[in-house]
Design a protein around this ligand. Structure first.
Ligand SMILES: [Zn+2]
Length: 68
């Protein structure tokens, strides 16, 4: 699993999404639910947290696209 940092492009709130696939496969944009907007919103992929817990840019991600 990878923790990704996402930002709602409508209200600007940030959230962490812990998923088993490469969000850069969505070209840096994906629609997920925003708790502040209370609706599905476009989110920008700001980066992911590497093994040491540091935020790294999406382009540095070297994992698999989809892990089950
Ligand atoms: Zn929002």
């Amino acid at each position: 699993m990878t923790k990704w940092l996402l930002r709602c492009t409508v209200c600007g709130s940030e959230r962490v999404l812990d998923v088993g696939f490469n969000l850069t496969a969505f070209r840096g944009r994906l629609y997920i639910y925003c708790r502040r907007c209370k609706a599905n919103r476009e989110h920008a992929v700001l980066g992911y947290y590497d093994d040491s817990g540091r935020l790294a840019p999406p382009g540095d991600f070297a994992g698999v696209d989809i892990a089950d």
